[in-house]
Design a protein around this ligand. Structure first.
Ligand code: ZN
Length: 306
């Protein structure tokens, strides 16, 4: 495998972190310096896509990487590759985001999920730099998990959907969950939407209510304990709107240790968990950085790694 960053001087790469509420578009040169970054509200494809095409055309990008909300078809052999599948964002269901940019820009396009993109950013340049296996977890409007395993982003039948793993509901929680498919998945019980629906207020108005955060830490910790047992990550990067409340981090770390109960024997978990479950090194730019890296890989073609 050859490094994708070699011989890339002078190239201008576009990145798009496509989210359900906003599209984050950026331009990087291949020295890793951001030249420009803009936000475009996510409305309908007809309204949102042309704004982004104009932006990327103006910069004359040579490749585009997209980290997109899902579910999305990532199988390059599939006739529907690049299509957003049955999404709660109805206007985008069935929309082929790769084809839309390919037809307009005529440049190589790289694609992965938004959270896989953020995981790639963090293992390349952020808090998980140098790890072979790491996770990027976002607890925001929804819950998503990017999985980088043995040096590659994980895809399979579709792609991992770690936000919808099933967890144990607390006996003191009468909320029915906000996921339309599962009564007790982590997104349904611990996302920002779940907090707001359960308590009737947004998270930032609940700062003085300890039970809100005890419950939140418990649910997130349950999910993380399961991810540790399944993937054995060397680093867990945890972020998203809900995690801006930094007090959650020590609560979650302690709960993860309790749930694992000494079973996973490693100092990272037993004595150094403060450096194991961490905030992103790239801050709010993890997703955009990862998207750009997907663009670099698309430009270089098969046989390259970041
Ligand atoms: Zn669910």
């Amino acid at each position: 495998m050859k490094q994708a960053y070699e011989d890339m001087s002078g190239k201008i790469i576009g990145g798009l972190e496509a989210g359900g509420t906003k599209m984050v578009c950026g331009i990087w040169d291949t020295a890793g310096v951001m030249q420009s970054r803009i936000l475009i509200p996510t409305t309908t494809p007809e309204e949102t896509i042309p704004h982004m095409i104009d932006y990327f055309k103006k910069w004359k990008i040579e490749a585009l990487g997209i980290g997109c909300f899902g579910p999305i078809d990532l199988n390059k052999k599939s006739p529907t590759y690049g299509t957003i599948m049955r999404s709660p964002k109805k206007e985008w269901s069935g929309f082929n985001i790769v084809r839309a940019f390919e037809d307009a820009l005529h440049v190589p396009i790289g694609l992965d999920t938004d959270v896989n993109g953020a995981a790639l950013g963090e293992v390349t340049m952020g808090a998980a730099k140098g790890c072979d296996t790491a996770l990027y977890i976002t607890i925001g409007t929804g819950v998503g998990v990017g999985v980088y395993c043995n040096g590659a982003l994980v895809h399979g039948l579709v792609h991992p959907e770690g936000g919808h793993i099933l967890i144990q509901k607390r006996t003191d929680d009468t909320f029915e969950g906000c996921c339309s498919r599962h009564p007790n998945c982590v997104e349904g019980l611990a996302s920002g939407v779940a907090i707001a629906k359960r308590w009737g207020k947004k998270a930032d108005q609940l700062a003085d209510q300890p039970l809100v955060w005890e419950m939140e830490a418990d649910y997130v910790a349950q999910a993380i304990a399961n991810y540790i047992l399944m993937y054995s990550p060397q680093k867990i990067v945890l972020w998203g709107g809900v995690m801006h409340r930094k007090e959650l981090f020590p609560m979650i770390r302690e709960r993860v240790q309790k749930l694992l109960n000494g079973y996973v024997c490693h100092p990272q978990i037993e004595t150094d968990i403060d450096h194991y479950i961490v905030t992103p090194g790239l801050g709010e730019n993890a997703g955009l950085t990862g998207a750009v890296l997907l663009g670099v890989l698309a430009l270089k073609g098969d046989g390259y790694v970041i």
